[in-house]
Design a protein around this ligand. Structure first.
Ligand SMILES: NC(=O)c1ccc[n+]([C@@H]2O[C@H](COP(=O)([O-])OP(=O)(O)OC[C@H]3O[C@@H](n4cnc5c(N)ncnc54)[C@H](OP(=O)(O)O)[C@@H]3O)[C@@H](O)[C@H]2O)c1
Length: 353
């Protein structure tokens, strides 16, 4: 596999650190440039508030954080962006105009009609939007995005439910981890011994993004899926791992055992291509009554944190409805992991490198 040289915007943030953690020993993506805001000019090890138990890998600790400008990433094949959405729009466009291909976590460009919103197991074909985007915008580079961390697990589980059982409706309640709000995130006095039943803009984002990911490319843009999705988002005192309960309805009776077997057999192009960040099983089904749990299950699977763990698969109010609980790691499957998997697919399909 040809080596890819990568740069990272937002390297000191909660998601940026996850990239460093995941790319440290990547077989063909070499992270060469770290960029930041206030930390630009400092050594990474001095600028970052490191959140992992293991020490910062030495080559990164000693690296200088560069200014978030295209010149800083010269020679790189791909730029990962973990910037806050408030600043991402302009900075990312500057990089794309300068000829870089970006994979972004920020929400700024996710809903642009010519920008792919990627979960490689679900919509690898959406990458074809990149060429239309370059043409329409007159850019030498392009922007691909990955979804909000709450969407990822939900969209992965909905795909086999739509493809095999023609799900007609989804109602979701989330219990979202603190790291989803970045660092330092939610004040300890607000969340300790508490649940907060509101996350600004989150419910609108989850429904819109899920429909785009599940949609189809037509005429250089995405036609969103029509699935009605109702959603309530809650912040809970868990460090990592978003838990969601899903209620879905179907045109015909569904058998929970059969659904569970279909979910655990689900796989996509990344598994077929054996991409390094693709888990053998995108969905793991637990049969115990009290799983999944964030502390026990968030690092499950062949690539820790990349599988969505599902449990409590059962009928809902009647035999045409189903309820289940799903868990996905928000900074791995919900952020850096899906972006790295997208870059691996882009390399394989000739979009970068
Ligand atoms: N946390 C999650 O679970 C999650 C999941 C999916 C997507 N996301 C998205 O990922 C992005 C990053 O989230 P996060 O939680 O990692 O945020 P964060 O912890 O607040 O980190 C923000 C990063 O952006 C940099 N930055 C801020 N302003 C900048 C500027 N003007 N120019 C250049 N760099 C700037 C900061 O660098 P300095 O420290 O040097 O200022 C820092 O490295 C957001 O768009 C978020 O919505 C997060």
């Amino acid at each position: 596999m040809k080596k890819i040289r990568a740069a990272l915007l937002g390297a000191t943030g909660a998601v940026g650190q996850r990239y460093i953690n995941m790319l440290d020993r990547h077989p063909f993506i070499t992270l060469e440039v770290l960029m930041g805001g206030e930390s630009a000019g400092k050594k990474y090890g001095q600028a970052v508030h490191w959140l992992f138990p293991d020490a910062i890998p030495e080559r990164f600790a000693e690296a200088q954080v560069r200014t978030a400008r295209p010149e800083s990433a010269e020679g790189c094949d791909v730029v990962f962006s973990a910037l806050p959405s408030e600043v991402a729009s302009e900075i990312e466009q500057d990089f794309a105009k300068a000829g870089f291909t970006l994979v972004s976590e920020a929400s700024s460009h996710r809903m642009d009609p010519d920008v792919p919103l990627m979960i490689p197991e679900i919509n690898p074909g959406h990458l074809e939007l990149l060429e239309a985007q370059k043409k329409a915008r007159g850019w030498k580079g392009a922007i691909a995005t990955t979804p909000n961390c709450t969407v990822t697990g939900l969209a992965i589980v909905m795909t086999p439910l739509l493809d095999n059982f023609a799900a007609e409706k989804a109602i979701v309640t989330t219990m979202q981890a603190l790291s989803g709000a970045g660092y330092p995130g939610v004040p300890s006095l607000a969340i300790t011994e508490n649940v907060i039943p509101y996350i600004k803009n989150e419910e609108e984002k989850v429904a819109k993004e899920a429909k785009k990911i599940l949609g189809a490319v037509k005429g250089g843009a995405i036609v969103p899926h029509e699935l009605p999705i109702g959603i309530s988002c809650n912040r809970v005192p868990v460090i990592d791992g978003h838990t969601e309960t899903l209620y879905a309805e179907f045109p015909k009776a569904v058998k929970p055992d059969q659904v569970a077997r279909v979910l655990e057999r689900f796989s996509g192009l990344p598994q077929k291509l054996r991409l390094p960040t693709a888990p053998e099983r995108p969905i793991i089904v637990r049969r115990e009554n009290d799983r999944p749990q964030p502390r026990l299950d968030r690092m499950s699977g062949s690539v820790p944190g990349m599988s969505v763990v599902v449990g409590r698969v059962r009928n809902g109010i009647d035999e045409r409805s189903l309820q289940l609980t799903l868990l996905s790691h928000n900074t791995i499957r919900g952020a850096a992991g899906t972006a790295i998997l997208t870059a691996e697919l882009m390399q394989k399909e000739g979009y970068i490198g």
